[in-house]
Write a protein that binds this ligand. Structure first.
Ligand code: AOF
Ligand code: ZN
Length: 427
């Protein structure tokens, strides 16, 4: 176990890492802080941009430049705290962080999460140890963790430190859940989200859905959008709601104002059969017209309707629309969602928020292709209406799909519930 001061440095690495939001995907969020042997902070850094310098490199650079380089000599013998294991592999965009750490004669490296990237996965720590650096992570090799029992704490303090340590390890895991899945399974992280009434409806029986939840909760939805590479909807939502699927409420602008981080709208994915659509209607829809057409991606079974095919090809060639005719077509001309996920992974899209509607969401649930669910619940009922989830052919309560509730947030009169699958159905 490590002491409270060191835990506070690790906590800071998570705060720093979070500032990379929107810029680093498909890389992980990483923060690092360099502390002198006397316990003063020499430098801080976080991974800001995919392809840009890593957190450790920026922390060391900060230590070299701070106060006109006055404390640069203290880097030798200092301790580096990192939210993720420093990389040790080559054949990538930036040089390995471990080499710089070794060159700078840093004495100790304390890490929250091991990097599950098969090219790293403990070899960063091994390389540091082989160079005589005291290196350990709180998530693995904890036998090695410098817990020499000499922290001088009494029982209560040890308990508090242990609980803070566990909290930080959990937070570091949550921070990079998307990266961990993408890098180990080469599949995007899938988050299903819908807004419903107390009686489970996303629209009235007349089809009215504006609005199920209040403005407050809708803003939360946009905050969620900001954290994902892509938003996916089914063709029905695309036609009926004519959504834009961008990030509003000035959230992008707020991010842009923070340091020099990147803020961008997520990709917008439409899944469904484009064959039977009305061309005039199609031509009028926002996502095929606005300034973000080059961030729209369509997945459809092969399009036989000549005019529609011509229109979509033209948009692809002239405005950068991405248009995929899927190879695997399921019953009723449904698109294979597994094929969609494979294709997205090859486009380096590491995460996706599925915003409906019921048909496509039910399909993701049926095919067990999701990692997380958020239900935004309004304190209202409408009786008969359009159900959030369609038929799953479940007849016995004991066959229901069960979840663990991760978080319940009370926002005004409404709830934001985050769940994870726990009925043995997860991939
Ligand atoms: C670190 N610190 O800040 C990050 C790490 O292509 P590159 O050079 O950016 O390398 C990407 C890989 O490096 C990524 O897949 C992950 O394993 C690790 N990310 N490592 O030491 C960082 N972002
Ligand atoms: Zn690195």
């Amino acid at each position: 176990m490590i002491d409270t001061k060191e835990l506070s440095f690790l906590k800071r690495t998570i705060e720093l890492a979070k500032r990379g939001l929107g810029g680093v995907s498909p890389n992980p969020y990483v923060g690092a802080i360099l502390v002198s042997a006397e316990g003063e902070v020499l430098g801080e850094g976080y991974h800001k941009k995919y392809g840009g310098p890593h957190a450790e490199v920026l922390a060391i650079q900060d230590a070299q430049e701070r106060d006109g380089g006055l404390n640069a000599y203290k880097i030798e013998g200092s301790t580096l705290y990192c939210s993720l294991e420093p990389c040790s592999h080559t054949n990538k965009q930036t040089p390995p962080c471990t080499d710089l750490i070794i060159r700078k004669k840093i004495k100790k490296v304390v890490i929250l999460s091991v990097d599950p990237n098969p090219a790293v996965n403990g070899s960063g720590i091994a390389k540091l140890l082989a160079s005589g650096i005291e290196a350990y992570s709180l998530t693995r090799n904890s036998g090695n963790s410098g817990n020499n029992g000499n922290s001088g704490s009494n029982g209560k303090e040890i308990e508090a430190e242990q609980s803070l340590e566990n909290t930080l390890v959990r937070e570091a895991y949550k921070l990079n859940q998307v990266f961990f899945k993408y890098i180990s399974k080469h599949q995007p992280f899938v988050h299903l989200k819908w807004a419903q009434t107390l009686d489970g409806c996303v629209a009235t029986k007349g089809g009215d859905s504006k609005w199920v939840t209040s403005e407050n909760l809708r803003r939360e939805g946009h905050k969620l959008r900001l954290t994902y590479d892509a938003i996916l909807v089914g063709i029905n939502t695309f036609l009926n709601d004519n959504p834009k699927l961008d990030v509003r409420y000035s959230l992008l602008e707020e991010r842009k104002a923070l340091d020099d981080v990147i803020a961008r709208n997520p990709y917008r994915i439409i899944v469904g059969n484009f064959n039977k659509l009305n061309l005039t209607v199609l031509k009028s829809l926002t996502m095929l017209n606005d300034e973000l057409v080059n961030r729209t991606i369509i997945f459809t079974p092969e399009v036989f309707t000549k005019e529609i095919k011509h229109f979509l090809y033209k948009l692809r060639d002239e405005r950068g629309l991405r248009f995929f005719e899927t190879k695997n077509v399921l019953a009723n001309s449904r698109v294979s969602l597994q094929e969609v996920l494979n294709q997205l992974a090859s486009l380096k899209i590491s995460s996706m928020l599925v915003e409906g509607g019921p048909t496509i969401t039910t399909e993701f649930i049926k095919q067990k292709l999701f990692d997380k669910i958020s239900v935004f619940m309004a304190a209202k009922i409408v009786g008969e209406g359009l159900k959030a989830i369609g038929d799953l052919s479940i007849f016995k309560m004991s066959d229901s799909i069960n979840f663990k509730i991760d978080e319940v947030e009370h926002i005004g009169e409404e709830l934001a519930i985050t769940l994870r699958n726990c009925s043995g159905l997860s991939k």
